[in-house]
Design a protein around this ligand. Sequence first.
Ligand code: 8Z2
Length: 243
Amino acid sequence: MKLKNPPVNSLSLEMLTELVINLEKLENDKAVRGLVLTSEYPGIFSAGLDLMEMCGRNPAHYAEYWKALQEFWLKLYQSSLVVVAAINGASPAGGCLMSLICDYRILADNPKYTIGLNETLLGIVAPFWFKDTMVNTIGHRASERALQLGLLFPPAEALQVGLVDQVVPEDKLQSTALSVMAQWLAIPDHARQLTKTMMRKPTVDHLVKQRDADIQNFVSFVSRDSIQKSLQMYLQKLRQKKS
Ligand SMILES: CCCCCCCCC/C=C/C(=O)SCCNC(=O)CCNC(=O)[C@H](O)C(C)(C)COP(=O)(O)OP(=O)(O)OC[C@H]1O[C@@H](n2cnc3c(N)ncnc32)[C@H](O)[C@@H]1OP(=O)(O)O
C-alpha cells in the first residue's frame, strides 16, 4: 500500500478514512496475507497527523477526527496481516506511530529520514496509546527520554534504540521488505495471528476502555487557546522554513 496524500502524506480525516476502508478490504480478501506500507513520495513517509485538522476547527470536528485516528490505530494494530513498514522518508509523530503499529520496520539509510514522536516540540503531548505503542517497541526508559525531548532519530540511532528493525540502502528498501515478508509468511498464519493478538491485547484494551474519555481529553486539550497558539506558531515556522 502506497501512502499518497500530497504534499507530505499528512493523516487528514479523509486519508484516515481511506486507509481504514482499504485495510478492511485487504483483511477480507482471502488471497492477501501481508501488506507492505510505504510512501508514494520518496523523502517523506508521512508528516503525521494533519495539523490543519487540529487548528481553528470546532469541537465536533476535533472529536470526529480523533475517533477516526483511534479507528485507524485499532484496525492496523490488530490487523491479521503481516504488516511491514518500508520507511522511505521522514516519519515524525503520527508517521512514526503508523510505523510502530506495523510488525516490522525497515528504514532507508538517509540522514534526512528521521523518525520519532516529536510532539513535545510542537507544545503538545503524545497521548497514552502513542506512548504505549512506543514503550512496547523500545522499552520504558528509552521512550521516556525520546518522548520528553521529542527526539527525531536519524537511521543509525533509530536502529540502535530499536525504533526500527533494519536500516538498508535506499535502493534496497523494497527488495528487503519483500524478503522480510517472505520470512514472516513462512510461519503458519493462525499461530502467528494468535501470538500477535496475545502480545497486543493489553494495549488494545487500554485504549478501548478509555476511548470516549480519550476523545473528550483531546477535544478539550486541542481547543485551549494556548494549544491553538502553539500549533499556529509551529505551522508558521514550517512555512517560514521555505522563504
Ligand atoms: C492529553 C491528550 C491530548 C492529545 C494531544 C494531541 C496529540 C496530538 C498528537 C499529534 C501527532 C502528530 O502527528 S502532529 C504532526 C507532527 N508533524 C510534524 O511535526 C511534521 C512537520 N513537517 C515536517 O517536518 C516537514 O514538513 C517534513 C514532513 C519533514 C517535509 O518537509 P518538506 O521540506 O519536504 O516540506 P514542507 O515545506 O515542510 O511542507 C510542505 C507543506 O506541507 C505542510 N505540512 C507539513 N507537515 C504538515 C502536517 N503534519 N500537517 C499539515 N500540513 C503539514 C507545510 O506547512 C507545507 O505547507 P505550505 O507551506 O502551505 O506548502
